[in-house]
Design a binder for this molecule. Structure first.
Ligand code: ATR
Length: 287
């Protein structure tokens, strides 16, 4: 068990709202598991106070922090150095305070990939043709992750088609000749399912309190897989439909757990493992 002393390593998560965040439970679990003298605290910070709060935390000796909605673009703007995933997405979810300045990372991108690698091994089997639903901030990171994973064809479908076209254009030019991105009108998304090897929901459809995601999976090949970034409920309607087809599925909780890992390693000096016990503990908190 970690004892907290005056020398405890400090980190936290900044957001608005923040009370629902599962990050403190994940990091406190790892701190306890590895017997590290450290602490990870939730910090409720409204927009205008974000930059001042970062300076306060640096002054207090924090090693860094996670950043969640609505501050990911602010974190990007204030970081002195950014990793490749942050540059590609324009969003930072992990800050590390160092002598040289503030380093900004986007670990949502690697969190998505690591979860797929763990849940859908070998992931290359699913990289022929991916259909991404949604064209918001989450989709941007996920498409970048798919490009890095070597996706050969990406279909992008969004309720507001112009947003899909804009995002496809931006990401296509970023990665040059890599994955080809084609936009499919929202009403026609089922027509491409027959050639899709991985279906990804990046919208909030299917989340508790949101409308369901209406999509018929009948024409997905038997070899396809399905994943959802929504983790409340853990088994979304989309994942249930995938399982009814006996397809492999990867849930959204895995992405949340994996995105936490790089920050923990950089602040607390130990590369943590996403274990079944950690998953079970967080599932218990989801209720
Ligand atoms: P995030 O950062 O989580 O991606 P966002 O940037 O607000 O959040 O994006 C939300 C995504 O969910 C968008 O793709 C949005 O579609 P629009 O671009 O048309 O708004 C999608 N979305 C939200 N509610 C939806 C609904 N009822 N039907 C279809 N798509 C929806």
């Amino acid at each position: 068990m970690a004892a907290r002393t005056g020398r405890a390593l400090l980190a936290g998560v900044i957001g608005d709202p923040i009370a629902h965040s599962l990050s403190p439970a994940i990091h406190e679990y790892w701190l306890k598991s590895y017997g590290i003298d450290g602490s990870y605290v939730p910090l409720h910070v409204k927009g205008p106070r974000f930059t001042g709060m970062i300076e306060e935390l640096r002054g207090l000796g924090f090693r860094g922090c996670n950043v969640t909605l609505p501050h990911k673009e602010r974190a990007f703007a204030l970081a002195d150095w950014k990793d490749e995933a942050a540059e590609a997405t324009g969003a930072v979810n992990t800050l590390v305070f160092s002598k040289e300045g503030i380093k900004g990372y986007n670990t949502d991108v690697s969190g998505f990939s690591e979860n797929l690698k763990a849940s859908l091994n070998p992931i290359d089997n699913y990289m022929d043709s991916c259909l991404v639903l949604g064209a918001g901030g989450a989709a941007r990171g996920i498409i970048h992750a798919l490009q890095l994973l070597g996706a050969r064809q990406i279909f992008l479908s969004n309720r507001t088609h112009e947003k899909a076209l804009k995002l496809a254009h931006e990401l296509q030019s970023l990665k040059g000749e890599a994955s080809s991105i084609s936009c499919v009108p929202w009403e026609e998304k089922e027509t491409v399912l027959k050639s899709v090897s991985l279906l990804i929901n990046t919208t909030q459809l299917g989340m508790v309190g949101q409308p369901p995601l209406e999509i018929n999976l009948d024409s997905l090949p038997n070899t396809a897989a399905v994943t959802d970034i929504v983790y409340k409920p853990l088994k979304t309607g989309l994942l249930e439909a995938g399982e009814a087809r006996e397809l492999r599925v990867a849930d959204g909780l895995g992405m949340l757990l994996w995105q936490a890992s790089p920050g923990f390693e950089m602040w607390f000096g130990k590369k943590p493992t996403v274990t079944a016990e950690l998953r079970a503990m967080i599932e218990g908190l989801l209720g």
